[in-house]
Design a protein around this ligand. Structure first.
Ligand code: GDP
Length: 439
């Protein structure tokens, strides 16, 4: 069956390939997102809330000028998924040095990467300056203790594997043995091949005895829809405080994690990205969702939208106050960063009508460059109020910028035309239509 991550990647592809983003299309996308989330076992109520928000935003919000509607729609889907995963911030571990000892308990089924993660976390915390110790609590697999000892040696932290055949006893004795020399003790519990009553009972009892400050569920990225059920069962027994997704370096995208988070409310705190003890990263919702959506360049997409939003705000500012040569300069600078002039004029507010507007739109890029050089030779005061320029200053500016007096005067004429247009818009003589052009 097609997985959650694949579904999201399909949606991304659909949005990217769309030629028209109208209400029908938005609704279709929202339905697709709903279906993907429901299939991933995300709570129905949550799915409805999320899809409603996506639909509302997609239909109501205007993308900033220069950002295609489909990029903006993708951004909305992305943002809402990030929100579902707990927002932009990553939650750290609850560690308090005033405690006798901080106990972190790792739970999960066999093969998920629990033992490896225990060692990775030890290294991570050790790098932060904590004294860390590892405790083995798996009496069922003799090899488990040995594996933990080797990893502890590699990370160079103390380890305790009590030689008894009771998991709870191993955990209690281990914490006891290490708590004096450690700030943080990480307990690597025993798993099972699948969820079972006795595992749940064992963990519950263990948690009651060692009173962990953090209980992290270790989930491997390949666990799909079952992740929700697993997480819930563990959560009922031992109140999860976080999730670690391992094996994100493989082809698996970890879509199941979303259901684990949605069902338990426990945030993803770390991700495992390889077999080595250094391959642990703090969870980053942005890159995780980008991966789920199958977009590698989400930051680029967001950055561009952000820039355009800023430009739009600047244009709004211009419309509010006195239009100075400095504003023109800023606009020209923005324009020259963005590309060909005709496309760019959409950013200039009110580029909708009038003879002056048509004239301004005929400014070539070469001239824009010249204007910038000229303005670089002006003083701050002159930029604020070009009316103070007299003949001799115009001559000096022309010499200073390696242009001619005619060029300077031409720029001033353009400025006056722009100023007129802006004033017309401010007084309501020309409607503000800048936003709708060129999409
Ligand atoms: P446990 O049974 O839950 O303790 O799982 P282990 O820690 O023994 O890990 C099971 C297997 O998964 C081992 O071969 C690990 O090397 C591997 N593994 C664990 N974490 C990662 C990871 O982030 N990436 C990859 N590629 N392999 C991992």
């Amino acid at each position: 069956m097609i997985g959650f991550a694949d579904r999201l990647a399909e949606i991304t592809k659909k949005i990217k390939g769309a030629s028209i983003i109208d209400e029908d299309f938005v609704k279709e996308v929202v339905r697709d997102v709903q279906r993907a989330l429901l299939e991933a076992d995300v709570d129905v109520k949550l799915v409805l809330e999320l899809s409603k928000r996506i639909e509302k935003r997609a239909l109501e919000e205007e993308p900033p000028a220069g950002v295609p509607k489909r990029d903006y729609l993708l951004r909305i889907v992305y943002e809402e998924l990030v929100e579902l995963l707990g927002g932009e911030k990553t939650e750290g571990l609850d560690i308090d040095l005033s405690r006798d000892v901080n106990v972190i308990m790792l739970v999960g089924l066999y093969g998920m990467g629990k033992t490896t993660t225990a060692a990775k976390l030890a290294r991570y915390l050790q790098r932060k300056g904590y004294r860390v110790g590892l405790v083995g609590a798996d009496p069922y697999r003799p090899a488990a203790g040995e594996q933990l000892r080797q990893l502890a040696e590699e990370v160079d932290v103390p380890v305790h594997v009590e030689d008894v055949d009771d998991a709870v006893e191993m955990a209690v004795k281990g914490v006891e043995a290490l708590k004096d020399e450690c700030d943080v003790v990480i307990v690597d519990t025993a798993g099972r091949d699948r969820l079972s009553e006795d595992l749940i009972d064992e963990l519950r009892e263990m948690a009651e005895r060692i009173e962990p400050h953090e209980v992290l569920l270790v989930l491997d990225a390949t666990v799909g829809q079952k992740a929700g059920d697993h997480a819930e069962a563990f959560h009922e027994a031992v109140q999860l405080t976080g999730v670690v997704i391992t094996k994100l370096d493989t082809a698996a995208k970890g879509g199941g994690a979303l259901s684990a988070v949605a069902r338990t409310g426990a945030p993803i705190k770390f991700v495992g990205t390889g077999e080595r003890v250094d391959d642990l990263e703090e969870f980053n919702p942005r890159s995780f969702v980008a991966r789920l959506l199958g977009i590698g360049d989400i930051d680029e997409l967001l950055r561009r939208t952000e820039e355009m939003l800023e430009e739009e705000e600047k244009a709004e500012d211009v419309l509010e106050g006195e239009f100075t040569l400095k504003d023109l300069y800023e606009q020209l600078e923005a324009l020259s960063k963005m590309g060909p002039v005709d496309k760019l004029l959409q950013y200039v507010p009110g580029m909708g009508g009038g003879r002056n507007v048509r004239k301004i739109s005929q400014i070539t890029e070469e001239r824009l460059k010249k204007y910038k050089v000229i303005m670089d030779s002006m003083t701050e005061k002159e930029l604020e109020n070009p009316e103070i320029l007299n003949k001799s200053r115009i001559r000096r500016i022309a010499i200073g910028s390696g242009t001619s007096e005619r060029d300077v005067i031409e720029l001033l004429n353009h400025y006056r035309m722009m100023k007129d247009v802006i004033e017309d818009i401010q007084s309501g003589r020309i409607p503000r239509i800048g936003g709708e052009l060129g999409r």
